[in-house]
Design a binder for this molecule. Structure first.
Ligand code: 1CP
Length: 366
């Protein structure tokens, strides 16, 4: 049985209405990685716990999700569940550890399609319901704790970005392994990309069933691909998710939710993404707001973004200038734009400087 949230009617639906293309009273806002290392309360709650232990503990994960909602009450218009994109590779049987101050590490990344490990990964029947049950529990608990304050966003990593981690073994600068895979073993790569895409559909549908009210697909490494290769190794799998998720959600007797795609670095893909079934397209800071907005409006798409997170290290005057440019470019902020950063907020940003960013968006779009 899907949990019911009728007890807690939504008090703030700004982001949901915006994602549907409606005219709104001001631009909704949130930032990627809003629950994270720049917040002192994050370090306090996380304590000495391992990162993935926090993800697996619904009490801790929901508390971390709520931290920015409490701190920026009245300013932030959505929560995003505290988790990680790498829980899918974990569900596929791969070990992933989070190394403090370094990031994710796979002790045994995939080597070649001839290895046993690839065959095992391809043949294993992955049960995302069972293995990621802790995510759904965290989502349901977070919805209860939010009690209608703001909508909750669920997410997953895009197939191309997850394949990159699974073969690189972690973050990468040159992407040697994943380039070897797609250019040397394109068919084996595509088989795995398709398998990941199918798992993403199931995983996102289960998040919606648990209480996620919007979803976002993070293709953080899209910009490592050329326009030609993006069309071959990323776009079909992003589209597979957007083409199949709504029906999967409906088959559970639920209403489809707004879907966002964020293909970082793939500025050339905006026209193609405007033709996709995603409602909202996340932009990084390589886009000029006015140019992107003109295209998106003509295609009935909503945009999300897109200030360089680095501006939060700068002066308030420069933050204001960037917000003014965004507000003007994104049509004034009352339709077709969800304010965010162009990527996740980075460590060492002062929480009050993010507050100022939010306040400026609020001031300039109201
Ligand atoms: O507040 C939120 O946004 C929710 C939580 C969230 C999300 C949406 C986390 C928590 N991770 C993610 C997604 C995620 N994870 C992405 C896509 C978004 C993006 O591009 O930023 C990626 C690429 C990852 C992988 C990952 N996990 C990295 C990147 C490493 C690299 O390769 O450069 C890192 C550092 C993590 C750890 C992580 N995930 C989340 C947090 C708060 C942290 C930091 C953990 C810590 O040090 O305490």
């Amino acid at each position: 049985m899907a949990p019911s949230f009728e007890e807690w009617p939504m008090k703030n639906t700004l982001i949901l209405r915006t994602a549907k293309g409606e005219k709104v009273e001001r631009a909704p806002m949130w930032v990627m990685r809003q629950a994270g290392r720049y917040l002192p309360e994050y370090h306090e709650e996380k304590g000495k716990n391992d990162f993935f232990e926090c993800c697996r503990n619904p009490e801790i994960a929901s508390n971390l999700t709520l931290q920015p909602i409490d701190r920026y009450a009245g300013l932030v218009d959505a929560a995003i569940i505290f988790s990680d994109i790498l829980v899918i590779p974990q569900a596929m049987g791969m070990e992933v550890i989070m190394v403090d101050k370094k990031g994710p590490h796979f002790p045994e990344p995939l080597q070649t399609p001839d290895d046993e490990q690839y065959k095992e990964v391809m043949e294993r029947k992955v049960d995302v319901k069972e293995s990621l049950d802790y995510v759904y529990k965290a989502i349901t608990l977070t919805r209860q704790k939010l009690a209608g304050r703001v909508p909750l966003i669920g997410f997953c990593g895009a197939p191309w970005t997850l394949l990159s981690y699974m073969v690189e073994g972690g973050g990468s600068k040159m992407f040697i392994q994943v380039k070897t895979w797609v250019y040397k073993y394109p068919e084996a790569s595509k088989a795995l990309l398709q398998k990941i895409a199918e798992l993403c559909v199931e995983y996102l549908a289960l998040q919606v069933e648990a209480g996620a009210q919007m979803i976002q697909v993070f293709d953080s490494w899209a910009g490592e691909l050329s326009p030609q290769s993006f069309k071959e190794f990323s776009l079909p799998y992003l589209n597979y998710i957007a083409d199949n998720l709504p029906a999967r959600i409906k088959s559970k007797g639920l209403e489809p939710v707004p879907m966002t795609v964020f293909a970082k670095g793939a500025w050339y893909a905006l026209p193609a993404l405007c033709e996709s079934n995603y409602n909202t397209i996340g932009l990084d800071w390589l886009h000029d707001p006015a140019e992107a907005y003109q295209l998106a409006q003509s295609k009935g798409k909503v945009l999300q973004g897109n200030a360089d997170p680095g501006i939060l290290y700068g002066s308030h005057e420069s933050i204001t200038r960037v917000v003014e440019n965004m507000v003007a470019g994104f049509g004034g902020g009352k339709q077709g734009w969800i304010a965010n950063l162009g990527h996740g907020i980075t460590p060492f940003v002062k929480p009050d400087d993010l507050k100022f960013y939010f306040e400026e968006i609020h001031r300039l779009t109201t």
